[in-house]
Ligand binder design. Structure first.
Ligand SMILES: [Mn+2]
Length: 346
């Protein structure tokens, strides 16, 4: 596996030089954050980002994310222009040495939580999702940092209206249309696409979500049966649904060679669909990181891994879920598990 770390570019309060100081770090996962969704990423900007990363002796092989324009998810006639741009982005990134592109197909909203700084008993803080505290972003003052910041209330209302007329099957049709166009392009370029599951993995605000469970992942992989059509397996996202058997799913999809990128995050179920994000250490959450790593190791996993969201510890402040310290602890914890597996399992 190749240990990686998400970095939000030069505006990230976490310095890339600090990431390079974490032992065993192969590369960073990044993106261009100043290009409007659906537009072309210039080769010049991609190479400037790569230069910044490689100057710190880190690889730039994974992009998270190239976002998918809402017109594609809605299946609007205008989607073809955005799909053409998406293919241009795949080509430009491949030329810059990128090998894996993470994306998601969540309508309107990216990851959703109800509080970003819940104080733990030990004084650290973390992201939590409490079903009863979920507010409607249309009618209440509710916004999260993972969401597209360019939406105004009226844009949101328009999108809500459009999605109100869409079924799960409509969303599937839109995803299939997208995959049939982009996967052959990825194959040509030697890039793998890795869809991130929906977070949390169920419908939210009455809008359909489809990348939520084994049935959905099976369907996704069968649309275009190619290694280029693969997964970002996010343990924390899929793990929010207690009905998902995370270990069995990782075993199945890693044996198929369809997991290209692992997001390692631990969560604790609070009942009724509520959960909190915890330290990566197995004892702190409901996911067994040793078992997960052992399954990947057994199946010869050679893809990318990154510690996903961490808590804020040691007085650090910054982008919720993306501080340096707890994610660095997560990376070293995972490196330790992996080293042990390498040495003891022959
Ligand atoms: Mn994730």
């Amino acid at each position: 596996m190749k240990m990686s770390f998400r970095w939000f570019g030069t505006s990230d309060p976490v310095k890339i030089e600090y990431i390079a100081q974490i032992p065993g770090m192969h590369g960073v996962v990044s993106a261009l954050y100043d290009v409007p969704v659906g537009e072309v990423w210039s080769t010049e900007s991609i190479l400037a980002l790569k230069q910044r990363i490689t100057a710190a002796n880190l690889a730039f092989e994974v992009v998270e994310s190239v976002p998918v324009h809402e017109d594609i998810k809605l299946g609007l006639p205008t989607r073809d222009r955005y799909i053409a741009n998406y293919i241009t982005n795949i080509e430009n990134l491949a030329r810059a040495g990128v090998k894996c592109i993470c994306y998601n197909f969540m309508p309107i909203f990216d990851w959703t939580r109800t509080q970003l700084d819940y104080i733990n008993p030990d004084g650290s803080n973390t992201l939590v999702f409490r079903n009863e505290e979920l507010k409607n972003p249309l009618t209440e003052d509710f916004h999260l940092p993972g969401w597209n910041e360019s939406y105004r209330k009226e844009d949101l209302a328009k999108l809500f209206e459009l999605y109100a007329q869409r079924t799960h099957e409509d969303l599937w049709n839109a995803l299939e249309y997208f995959l049939r166009a982009v996967i052959p392009a990825a194959e040509r370029c030697g890039v793998v696409m890795a869809i991130h599951p929906d977070d949390p993995p169920w419908d939210i605000f009455g809008i359909p979500r489809i990348i939520c469970d084994e049935t959905g992942l099976d369907r996704l992989l069968s649309v275009v049966d190619s290694p280029a059509n693969g997964l970002t397996f996010c343990t924390g996202s899929l793990g929010c649904a207690e009905s998902n058997n995370i270990e069995a799913m990782i075993d199945k999809y890693s044996r198929m060679g369809r997991i290209h990128f692992m997001h390692m995050r631990n969560i604790r179920h609070l009942g009724g669909g509520s959960f909190e994000e915890t330290a990566h250490f197995s004892n702190y959450g409901d996911l067994d990181m040793v078992k997960i790593c052992a399954i990947l190791h057994k199946n010869g996993y050679t893809g990318y891994i990154r510690p996903d969201h961490g808590r804020m510890i040691w007085g650090e402040s910054g982008k919720p879920g993306y501080g340096l310290y707890d994610r660095a602890l997560g990376a070293m914890y995972l490196n330790g598990i992996w080293e042990t597996l390498e040495r003891t399992i022959k």
